[in-house]
Design a protein around this ligand. Structure first.
Ligand SMILES: [Ca+2]
Ligand SMILES: [Ca+2]
Length: 293
């Protein structure tokens, strides 16, 4: 699973929450997000490809120890002929401003058709053949599997990618997964590398004794992927756990993210308790800090 802890901790809370008093100081909320593309599984709609192969999903599995990564691209009519190829574009440095700037900053590129495949890399000014000693491509028209080691992908640890199809000749059509921007995959997290998350709370000023306190994630920030939409992606689902001091609060409503704050301050509630929460490993690099707005 690809889950991300968002610990809304006092040290980074905005001033409004800092002024909210001892309850805010003692409350530690952990938010677990399941982003759009959890567990390395990425979806694309069916029926949006015209006469081209229709990509409906990509599953990515990377071994962060040996570096092999496997893309399992599912759909219909995939790579079914020389006029209906399948492409996998990889922006190996998750940077749309390096590589082929006309194509999401793609640095490596697979083209697969019925007869074989081509694997290329951007050499700074043009596409050239890439070393392929670790590449294996197998499958059929409903699933194509592309396996490659990161040693032949610029030793990437996280990358953007797009799976696409293009039919030309008698049939015509095109499909891109995703429709806008690119998917992101991190070996470390077996899914997208979430940079941060925006969180809304009610009341906006922070928890108050005797009142309900609700946490809602409003948008995920992922590495830049060249998307044109300004709307932030949202998690597919999320859940919350909360402690007030040493006391666990029972959450209700969506994701269990609505908490009834007791009227009296819990004994032993202080910031140290927050830091002693199980799993609150403050050194984890991908910890996400909720931004309370
Ligand atoms: Ca599709
Ligand atoms: Ca790039």
């Amino acid at each position: 699973m690809n889950m991300f802890q968002v610990r809304v901790r006092r040290p980074r809370m905005p001033s409004a929450l800092e002024r909210a008093g001892p309850i805010a100081a003692a409350l530690a909320v952990a938010l677990v997000l399941v982003p759009a593309a959890s567990s390395g599984t990425y979806a694309d709609p069916a029926g949006d490809s015209g006469g081209a192969g229709d990509v409906t999903g990509v599953t990515v599995m990377g071994d962060k120890v040996n570096g092999q990564v496997v893309f399992r691209i599912s759909g219909t009519n995939l790579a079914s002929g020389e006029t209906n190829p399948l492409f996998l574009a990889i922006d190996s440095d998750s940077n749309p401003l390096t590589g082929d700037l006309t194509d999401h900053g793609t640095d490596y590129w697979f083209g697969v058709d019925l007869g074989g495949y081509w694997f290329g890399r951007w050499d700074g000014s043009r596409w050239v053949s890439a070393p392929y000693s670790t590449v294996r491509i197998t499958g059929n028209t409903s699933q194509i599997m592309i396996s490659v080691n990161r040693s032949e992908l610029g030793n990437t640890s996280a990358f953007n990618f797009v799976a696409s199809t293009l039919a030309f000749g008698s049939a015509s059509g095109y499909d891109a997964a995703p429709n806008d921007g690119a998917f992101n995959y991190s070996y470390e997290y077996n899914g997208p590398d979430i940079v941060s998350v925006d969180v809304r709370t009610a009341p906006s000023g922070g928890p108050k004794a005797g009142k309900k306190f609700v946490v809602t994630p409003t948008g995920l920030k992922l590495p830049p992927d060249g998307r044109t939409s300004s709307a932030a992606p949202t998690p597919e689902s999320y859940s919350c756990t909360a402690k007030l001091g040493a006391r666990t609060l029972v959450g209700r409503a969506t994701g269990g993210c609505a908490f009834s704050i007791p009227k009296k301050k819990a004994r032993g509630a202080d910031r140290r308790t927050d830091r002693q929460l199980p799993g609150s490993d403050e050194e984890r690099p991908n910890d996400i800090q909720g931004r309370l707005t």
